[in-house]
Design a protein around this ligand. Structure first.
Ligand code: ADE
Length: 371
């Protein structure tokens, strides 16, 4: 176990972890609201490994009305991830009783998307830089490339732990006091190992028990991991080909960047690869597609992809070959990398390790060019 009581052993799953004493949490101010819950700035006493100490933390809670939503899966994913400098660390969780709470490290500079948008206008006050930290005023090309590098490192780690994030976007990247990026929000993520274990148990169970045990996800473990998620999301008989009806009256773009279809479910359609939109596949390669969109968000200082199109048009046209408009200002290395992340063939996209190497190389080249 590491100093936060988070087990770094790849094979162990969450049930071994201790429930945090919720009376040791004091919510202070609301940081943000998501689809089903809220994130609070809070104080927590006696976090694992830090008895007698109080720490500023971020606490994710679930709205009382969203009874079917649980933070257990998210806690399990974050526990499996343990600690990495570019991933938000879980410090504790209250998931054995309601209301569920996740206690996370607090990233004081907030969301990358907000910072990018604030940087558009010189009149906006950007956070002062910390000595030794990354300069955030102004957001130089080098600073922007540094964000991209952090995110590539975080995602390389996440993929190495066999987690598919499924909601990678600039809104789900936080900045700490040093201006270092930390990937957060694992509410849509999948643990491929846990899914495989579940699948094996499924195989051994009798069919009628299987049916009554409404499974969240079913997997096909061929050469790729295919997530048949839509039946769960939209109900029986509503594959992606069927959701257009729902769209015609239910489509809305939420301020969280998810396109909502009908009332309840939101998907990050504008960050999704063609095979996710068409065939419901969610893999590390579809996370790489989303990484390409994040590079685009960075280069455009927080634009919304395909902003002129409705979600329904995006679902139709991205599989036909539509891609975000390449930003004119961005460095061509960056350009080239993001376009390759959007290759139609998933195996042709660069890996996160490859992306990290290329961004590192560009950074070194710029330093050489500047000197
Ligand atoms: N907003 C959402 N999660 C957060 C965190 N961990 N720190 C700061 N702000 C957040």
């Amino acid at each position: 176990h590491n100093r936060y009581g988070i087990n770094d052993d790849k094979t162990s799953l969450a049930s071994e972890f201790q429930e945090f004493e919720r009376s040791n949490i004091r919510l202070k101010s609301l940081l943000g609201e998501g689809n089903f819950g809220q994130v609070w700035k809070a104080e927590a006493d006696d976090l694992s490994g830090h008895f007698g100490a109080t720490r500023i933390v971020a606490v994710k809670t679930i709205r009382a009305c969203s009874a079917q939503v649980t933070l257990k899966d998210e806690a399990n994913i974050m526990r499996k991830l343990g600690s990495h400098q570019n991933v938000v660390t879980l410090l504790g969780a209250c998931v054995e009783s309601e209301p569920h709470m996740l206690i996370m490290e607090y990233a004081m500079r907030g969301r990358l998307l907000s910072l990018l948008r604030a940087a558009r206008s010189a009149t906006n006050i950007l956070p002062a830089s910390v000595p030794g930290g990354r300069s955030l005023t102004p957001l130089s090309p080098r600073t922007l490339a540094g964000f991209a590098l952090d995110i590539a490192c975080g995602m390389e780690y996440i993929a190495s732990r066999r987690i598919v994030h499924r909601d990678l976007a600039a809104r789900n990247v936080l900045l700490d006091h040093n201006g270092m990026c930390k990937i957060c929000d694992f509410g849509m993520s999948i643990d491929l190992d846990a899914e495989r274990m579940r699948k094996e148990q499924e195989k051994n169970a009798a069919n009628d028990i299987l049916r009554s045990n409404a499974q969240k996800f079913k997997f096909d473990f061929g050469s790729r991991y295919i997530l048949q998620h839509w039946q769960h999301t939209f109900g029986q008989g509503h594959g992606p080909g069927h959701c257009s009806k729902d769209h015609s009256h239910g489509e809305k773009k939420s301020h969280h960047g998810h396109d909502t279809i009908g009332k309840r479910h939101a998907l990050p359609i504008r960050w999704m690869a063609p095979e996710s939109l068409q065939y419901h596949m969610f893999t590390t390669e579809t996370d790489i597609w989303a990484f390409g969109i994040v590079l685009w968000e960075i280069a455009t200082l927080g634009s919304t992809p395909y902003s002129q199109l409705t979600g329904r048009e995006v679902i139709r046209r991205v599989p036909q070959g539509l891609r975000p408009e390449l930003p004119k200002e961005s460095r061509h290395e960056f350009y080239n990398l993001m376009s390759r992340c959007w290759h139609k063939e998933p195996h042709m996209r660069p890996s996160f390790a490859q992306s990290r190497l290329e961004i590192t190389r560009s950074l070194h080249k710029w330093v050489d060019d500047d000197s």
